[in-house]
Structures are given as structure tokens and as C-alpha cells.
Ligand binder design. Structure first.
Ligand code: PGA
Length: 251
């Protein structure tokens, strides 16, 4: 049985003071989630990771939004896995479409980061999804298949057990244009079938999230789909009331 997972992606939002305020306000929600066997978390900016880690309930998942795959070296502006681990961070988003679009994050780069994270007992949340042009051309599954296969190439079933995959159609991120539950389930089910093909039965344990304009009003419909185990939520995760709505609507 896969545990439901609600993850907020704060992107480049919130100062660490604002993050601390949210973390303190979220304590009761983490308690409520835990009682209902739901995992919840947020991915703040690097500079706010400590503020959330120190002020939220200890069960709150705190994820970084990126990392470098090398341990250290001449990579100006980058943050390595040991640096995150020192702060108790063991979840990292990888390959978010904004990073793919603006920071040249290729499937190969994602692969190297996932490999380094798995070697360090961390949890990668690997984001995949097609652009509007690819969706319109009917290429969704072709694109997602390449992202999954190239991103996870060469790993063993044992290694990918901890992995989380987030399907986020680029055309639905921050646009208010949701993928229908039929589309979301179809692609998430397809991702699970790819995982089965690549890694066998462990595919039943890997959580697949949907992301893209998820709101308190629509989250329940997505999570009612058999292959959708949770949500990766941007805009609607920023305010505590809305974050609370996301959780209470899936209890
Ligand atoms: P959104 O973002 O919920 O604001 O559409 C989702 C994401 O980018 O993870």
C-alpha cells in the first residue's frame, strides 16, 4: 500500500522569515497528516531549508529544489549533497520543468543527480512531463518514456525503491489549466507500466505524483485515481490556509 504524499514546491518564493512563519503554522497539519497516514512536506529555497527544518514538526518532509551530483569542487553557485545532508535534508526535487527549461537540465544530468542521491540514501523526486507543443503533437508518452528511461538508466530495483516520480505536464504548471483526471491517470499509469518494465514488481511501491495547477478544490479527484499517489503543488502550497485545504480535502 503506497502512502499518500503531498509536497509543496515553493520555487523562488518566501524569505526565510516567511518560511519560518509557515513552518510554525504547519505543526498541527503535520500531526493531522501523520494520524491519517499521509506524508506531507515542502521544498523551500536553499536559504530557507534550515528555517523550515528547525521550526516545523520533525515529521515534515523538507526537500531541496535541486542539488549538484559532485561532492565538492569548482562549481560556482551550486550546492552539493553533503551540504544538504548536514542540514538533515534527504529529499531533493530533480528535473523540474522550470530547471529543464531555464537551466539546461537534461535527462542525463537528472540521471547523474539521481544516481548520487540514491548512493547517499536520499529520496529523489524526479519530475517529468511534456510541453504544450509535445502534448499537441501527441508525443506525451514518447517524451515521458525518454525522460523515465534516460533518467533511471542502469539503476536496480533495490535502488529505485525510494524514488518518487512527479508527472507534471508543463502546460498545466502555474497556468490554471489542469490536465483532466483522465489524462493524469493515463500518463501516471503509463509511468508505472514503464517502471514495471524496467524494474519489475517494485513499480507497485514507487509513488507517482501529479502536479500542475493542483488546488484544494481539485486535489481529491486526482488522488482518487488508481496510479496517482499524491500531488506536487506550487502556487496552492504557498499560503498555510490553502496548504491546509489541500490536506483536509484528501483525508
Ligand atoms: P503549480 O506548480 O501547482 O503552481 O502549477 C506545480 C509545480 O511546478 O510543481
Amino acid at each position: 500500500m503506497r502512502r499518500k504524499l503531498l509536497l509543496g514546491n515553493w520555487k523562488m518564493n518566501k524569505t526565510s522569515g516567511e518560511a519560518k512563519e509557515f513552518a510554525l503554522a504547519s505543526r498541527e497539519l503535520v500531526e493531522l497528516a501523520s494520524k491519517n497516514n499521509i506524508d506531507i512536506g515542502v521544498a523551500p529555497t536553499y536559504l530557507s531549508l534550515a528555517a523550515v527544518k528547525e521550526n516545523a514538526d520533525k515529521r515534515m518532509i523538507v526537500a531541496a529544489q535541486n542539488c549538484h551530483f559532485k561532492e565538492s569542487g569548482a562549481y560556482t553557485g551550486e550546492i552539493s549533497i553533503p551540504m544538504l545532508k548536514e542540514f538533515g535534508i534527504d529529499w531533493v526535487l530533480i528535473g523540474h520543468s522550470e530547471r529543464r527549461a531555464y537551466d539546461n537540465e537534461t535527462n542525463k544530468k537528472c540521471h547523474d543527480k539521481i544516481e548520487a542521491l540514491l548512493a547517499n540514501d536520499m529520496v529523489p523526486v524526479y519530475c517529468v512531463g511534456e510541453t504544450l507543443a509535445e502534448f499537441d503533437a501527441g508525443d506525451t508518452k514518447k517524451v515521458v518514456s525518454a525522460q523515465v528511461k534516460e533518467g533511471l538508466e542502469g539503476f536496480t530495483a533495490e535502488q529505485v525503491k525510494r524514488l518518487v516520480i512527479a508527472y507534471e505536464p508543463v502546460w498545466s504548471i502555474g497556468t490554471g489549466k489542469n490536465a483532466s483526471t483522465e489524462i493524469a491517470q493515463d500518463v501516471c499509469g503509463y509511468i508505472r507500466s514503464l517502471l514495471r518494465e524496467l524494474f519489475g514488481e517494485v513499480a507497485e511501491e514507487i509513488r507517482v505524483l501529479y502536479g500542475g495547477s493542483v488546488k484544494p478544490e481539485n486535489i481529491k479527484a486526482y488522488l482518487s485515481c488508481p496510479d496517482i499517489d499524491g500531488g506536487l503543488v506550487g502556487g496552492a502550497s504557498l499560503k498555510i490556509d490553502s496548504y491546509s485545504g489541500l490536506l483536509t480535502n484528501i483525508l
